[in-house]
Design a protein around this ligand. Structure first.
Ligand SMILES: [Zn+2]
Length: 507
């Protein structure tokens, strides 16, 4: 390992990391990929099983049509080309949680290929351009290629703890055996741990939008393995890679990659060699550990699955699935920027989830002035959320609440200042805007002209010098008087009416 910061920086300029990610996503079908067993999470161990998923001799797999539809929809959302014919293959290996002795997957003819995900362009080497910036300008995008998206079945789960005899025995739960997965394999286009994090965030967002998975990492619906190597900057050939397996959060993947890059550079700098191997990440220690030497593809003796026909997704079916695709996050952001005059950053925040974006658009469309809703979200809501460290999904003021407040301002019922105060109260009380507005007795800005005229008289009397200046032709003093009257009304007066009354009085 480099010992000083200067050494470390020098080593980092000398090497560049090459990262590829393999993401497994569980599809949200009610039943498994090749049998009618339930896929429900949390069922008692070994209760969702049958001869097919247990791998009993003679039991034959029957492909679940919904699985193909979901996988195709996801692949389309990832900009892949769908292969009209794809082939299931047996991946042979022995493992206690795999009773068949093989996993049905796809190998040289996968369902889909040649896709990509766009991520914001990386930090520069100097690190002066923060990736997760709130920079409100357009950022250039980088395309990360997707090599393939293929279908496969999940294996069971070994339970090493939680039983009285866990210190001696390992239990097996086969409920997950045969649960449908897609594996999304990226090209080695990812050049830093930050880019890996960004890629995964976009990938999850896109999959969530398609509705084919809940991408719940705790329940194993989204799992990621990372291949990482380093090579001298400028060299074409890849270095020897290590695979980091089963990391259960995007943040940990970033940390694991940071550690692993550092480790590999250290080995090479010390004159050593990287061994191709599978490594596990220990999040508590922030280190990766060697688990086993990495298998090569030929170790699995792949061959076409004799019990399943080639999978055909013809043009008609493809077109049907394409019609079920929702507007995807990137396209939606671009449209929202255009439709509501909001910044790219705001669009980013507002499309954090599909439901939030739907809520916003529903509110914006229902409001008298959609742009005002967008402006209030930017100017009044985001700032308060940020100050309190609250995610927008947990905002006390809902999008409907923002729309209601926008309408009140639009109609001149409340002033901007009153809105700010009501928003503060909403955050203090943890209640939505319409509730607080009711609680406060539906406040209105003052349009009582006789009271206002009295205030104006008082303000003019209290500021004779300014009045003299105004009369001498310094018309900009009008703003000063408006300000004073607004102050006297504690922000309750309508600035428009104050302006009118003042102009009349002074003429
Ligand atoms: Zn089954």
């Amino acid at each position: 390992m480099p010992t000083t910061t200067a050494d470390s920086i020098a080593a980092h300029t000398k090497y560049e990391p090459v990262i590829g990610l393999e993401v497994h996503v569980q599809l949200l079908t009610a039943t498994k990929i090749f049998c009618s067993c339930s896929t429900r999470f949390g069922a008692p161990p070994n209760s969702n099983v049958c001869p097919v998923c247990l791998g009993m001799p003679g039991a034959l797999p029957v492909l679940n049509k919904k699985v193909v539809e979901f996988a195709t929809r996801a692949a389309m959302a990832l900009q892949c080309r769908i292969n009209e014919t794809s082939i299931f293959a047996r991946k042979n290996y022995f493992y206690p949680d795999l009773p068949k002795g093989y996993q049905i997957s796809q190998y040289d003819k996968p369902l889909a290929e040649f896709g990509y995900i766009e991520i914001p362009a990386a930090k520069t080497a100097a690190g002066n351009q923060e990736l997760r910036t709130e920079n409100r300008e357009l950022r250039t995008a980088k395309k990360i290629g997707i090599t393939r998206v293929h279908l496969e079945e999940d294996a069971g789960k070994s339970l090493h703890e939680g039983f009285p005899d866990s210190d001696e025995k390992t239990a097996i739960d086969l409920n997950r055996t045969g649960v449908p997965l897609i594996e999304i394999v990226s090209e080695p286009d990812i050049a830093s741990p930050d880019e890996a994090y960004e890629y995964l965030t976009r990938l999850k967002e896109i999959i969530l939008y398609t509705g084919v998975s809940d991408c719940n990492m705790e329940e194993g619906s989204l799992r990621c393995d990372a291949n990482v190597s380093v090579r001298p900057r400028g060299r074409k050939e890849f270095g020897t890679k290590a695979e980091i397996k089963n990391v259960n959060s995007f943040r940990f993947i970033r940390e694991a990659l940071e550690y692993e890059i550092e480790r590999q550079i250290g080995v090479l700098e010390a004159g050593g060699k990287i061994t191709q191997e599978t490594r596990l990440y220990n999040a508590n220690e922030g280190k990766t550990y060697s688990m086993r030497s990495k298998e090569q593809a030929h170790d699995y003796r792949y061959f076409p699955e004799p019990d399943l026909l080639p999978l055909v997704v013809d043009e008609t079916w493809k077109a049907e699935i394409a019609r079920s695709l929702p507007e995807l996050p990137e396209a939606r952001r671009a449209r929202m920027v255009k439709d509501y005059g909001i910044t790219e950053y705001d669009a980013q925040v507002l499309t954090f989830s599909k439901s939030l974006a739907d809520q916003f658009e529903e509110a914006a469309k229902a409001a008298k002035n959609p742009k005002r809703v967008a402006n209030l979200v930017q100017s009044e809501l985001m700032g308060r959320l940020k100050a309190k460290g609250v995610e927008i999904e947990h905002s006390p003021i809902s999008m409907k609440g923002v729309a209601a407040s926008a309408d009140l301002v639009e109609a001149g019922t409340i002033s901007g200042k009153m809105l700010k105060e009501l928003y503060d109260l909403s955050f203090e009380r943890g209640k939505d805007f319409p509730v607080v507005y009711e609680e406060e007795g539906r406040p209105q800005q003052s349009t009582d002209t006789s009271a206002l005229e009295k205030m104006i008289d008082e303000v003019l009397a209290a500021n004779p010098k300014q009045l003299e200046q105004y009369r001498a032709g310094k018309t900009t003093m009008l703003g000063f008087f408006v300000g004073q009257v607004m102050k006297a009304s504690k922000g309750q007066a309508s600035p428009q009416i104050v302006n009118e009354l003042l102009a009349k009085k002074l003429s």
